[in-house]
Write a protein that binds this ligand. Structure first.
Ligand SMILES: *Cc1c(COP(=O)(O)O)cnc(C)c1O
Length: 381
């Protein structure tokens, strides 16, 4: 079976984890700040906060932006449920902005018209969370301009995107946003087993996220609200969580960082080969924006005839190709239907969903496997 994605670990990755196991620090040691620093160096962001998942990163990002009951958070319906759930964790309301049917990314025109209506109704969002589907950057310039006009903050869900760039800025640079989050789940671009990271250029957002990551506790003498009791003393200022990344995870993530560019280059080469192999088939690759470079997390193709999707999916799996679908629109999940969302809410998202198929894509996918996938797809269509 050829999976749709998988990790690539080498001996240095394994050694890095074993070294931590032999050290004094399984968690809260030197590997976590070292991994954070490497993310800052790579993306150009001033601060990076490592956590145990991108889901946690999204949660503390919303909390740091003071999202709570009565607030509205908007995201894309074509994403993993975590992009929307983070708002609900904070007691806020979540809503969905329709996507561009060609890319599956949040559509700036749909965002603009939804904002104009919300302004009239007095229901503007406090935070918008665009998602870089497949690692292809959203049109961040347009979204940032709307953020300025309507006064909302932006969290980029770049779970698919580390290693990519937009208008010459690395994803995670926060050039067009307040906070960016990455996921290091094994199917993503680099892995720390479970793990995530939030980047920002704002010192106070970084400080808040670090506090929420670890129980809402602070240890900096300058920040204490009560008299210092002694060296053992710390204070809890907020209701935080234990969202810390371990040193074993950070060591793995840090080791993987040294191969990030190589992984992304291989993924781009494979995507180009797919372009050539699938050129004659009734499918279109979901492509990145012209002024961007994609980390190529997922190889999503749109079938010209959406009614073929289910049979093609099943036939591909029968041929040993573990194709997938990214994603079922979040608001059609039973949990979200219970909140009042209905079918037809985002028409482009639903049409996009009906037509898509995710083909395998990961760094060590071989040429033979690639040919087998392309031949199988030709047969299945
Ligand atoms: C994987 C993913 C997440 C969640 O990442 P975890 O690290 O598994 O919590 C969030 N958003 C998107 C778009 C994802 O693909």
């Amino acid at each position: 079976m050829i999976p749709y994605g998988k990790q690539d670990l080498n001996q240095s990755d394994i050694d890095a984890v074993v070294d931590v196991l032999k050290s004094n620090w399984l968690t809260q040691g030197p590997q976590v700040p070292a991994f954070e620093q490497s993310i800052c160096d790579y993306t150009g962001a001033r601060h990076a906060i490592a956590v145990n998942s991108a889901t946690s990163a999204l949660h503390i990002a919303c909390l740091a932006l003071d999202i709570g009951p009565g607030d509205r958070v908007w995201t894309s319906p074509i994403t993993f449920v975590a992009s929307a759930n983070c708002a609900l964790y904070c007691g806020a309301e979540v809503d969905f902005v329709d996507v561009d049917e060609a890319t599956g990314n949040m559509c700036p025109a749909a965002l603009a018209s939804k904002l104009a209506l919300a302004k009239q109704a007095g229901t503007l969002p406090r935070v918008v969370i665009p998602v870089h589907l497949c690692g292809h950057s959203c049109d961040m310039q347009a979204i940032a301009e709307l953020a300025k006009e309507y006064g909302f903050r932006v969290i980029e869900d770049a779970s698919h995107g580390i290693g990519g760039s937009y208008q010459g800025h690395k994803l995670g640079s926060c050039e067009f946003s307040d906070i960016t989050v990455f996921s290091f789940h094994p199917v993503k671009i680099i892995t720390s087993a479970e793990g995530g990271m939030a980047t920002t250029n704002c010192a106070s957002l970084a400080q808040k996220m670090a506090m929420f990551r670890s129980h809402g506790i602070i240890r900096d003498a300058g920040e204490m609200l009560r008299p210092d009791e002694g060296d053992w003393y710390y204070e809890q200022h907020q209701l935080g969580f234990n969202y810390r990344m371990t040193d074993m995870q950070a060591a793995l993530g840090l080791s993987q960082m040294s191969r990030l560019d190589e992984f992304v280059a291989q993924r781009n080469t494979l995507a180009q080969q797919y372009d050539e192999l699938l050129a004659e088939l009734p499918v279109t690759q979901v492509a990145p924006l012209p002024d961007s470079f994609s980390a190529r997390h997922l190889q999503v193709v749109r079938l010209h005839n959406a009614s073929d999707r289910k049979s093609a999916f099943n036939a591909m799996r029968e041929r040993g190709v573990h194709v997938h679908v990214h994603y079922f629109p979040v608001y059609l999940q039973p949990y979200y239907l219970n909140l009042g969302f209905t079918e037809g809410y985002c028409e482009n998202a639903e049409r996009f969903y009906q037509s898509i198929l995710t083909l395998p894509l990961y760094p060590n996918l071989t040429n033979d496997e690639l040919s087998h996938i392309a031949e199988s797809l030709a047969e299945c269509l």
